[in-house]
Design a protein around this ligand. Structure first.
Ligand SMILES: [Zn+2]
Length: 218
């Protein structure tokens, strides 16, 4: 059986948000982001966001939903895409650790370059935890100590990384990936190695602390 009922119903403007609806009290409309925050959505669509995907991200909804709303309130499609500069600024703004690393590396005379996510079309976003410095691909990690000042590190699974850059409160560890033991290791900054041999997680790697020179050479 067809359901002519839906066809006969007239759309009207929601008294609260002004969107054309069949029933402004229905959950699908009343719980929608536009009904709840019409001003915010309009502002985002009108000004600061360059595309629907970004508006969707900020509102926590799908891009399709945003594009539906945009069509209903008369915002044209085909808006401008992000320039690489905007993309970079976005990546740095979203990833404080990445931003911190870029600053620190530049301070040491290096030229870090953000790396685009692979298999994405041109103009896609940049990776958050990876960076290119000279010829070296570097992974970025924040390091946490387990007890006192012993840090644990596992061998990174990303084979294409040449270095791991690990953030400590006292600076950055610059560790060549090939120096990692097979599984994990631990180190204590600023202390000489006491035990030798079997206790492999008592490696002390103080010489990798702020060893930016390694990246100059590579
Ligand atoms: Zn409404």
């Amino acid at each position: 059986m067809p359901r002519p009922y839906h066809r006969r119903k007239q759309r009207y403007s929601c008294p609260q948000c002004g969107l054309l609806v069949l029933n402004h009290l229905s959950p699908s409309h009343a719980k929608g982001v536009y009904h709840r925050y019409p001003k915010k959505v309009r502002t985002l669509l009108a000004t600061d966001c360059p595309n629907f995907a970004e508006v969707a991200r900020r509102l926590g909804v799908t891009r399709q939903y945003v594009s539906q709303i945009a069509a209903q309130i008369g915002i044209p499609k085909g808006r401008k895409t992000w320039t690489p500069e905007q993309r970079k600024a976005q990546a740095l703004e979203r990833n404080p650790l990445l931003a911190e690393l870029v600053q620190e590396a530049e301070k040491h005379g290096l030229r870090p370059e953000l790396v685009r996510a692979k298999r994405k079309r041109k103009g896609g976003p940049y990776l958050r935890r990876e960076i290119q410095i000279g010829k070296s691909r570097c992974g970025i990690k924040k390091l946490f100590h387990t007890y006192r000042d012993l840090y644990y590190l596992s061998r990174p699974s990303q084979r294409h990384w040449d270095f791991v850059l690990g953030k400590l409160p006292s600076g950055w560890m610059v560790i060549p990936r090939k120096k990692f033991p097979k599984r994990s290791t631990g180190f204590i900054v600023g202390r000489e190695k006491r035990t030798s041999g079997a206790r492999s997680h008592r490696h002390d790697w103080p010489h990798y602390l702020n060893a930016w020179d390694l990246l100059h050479d590579s």
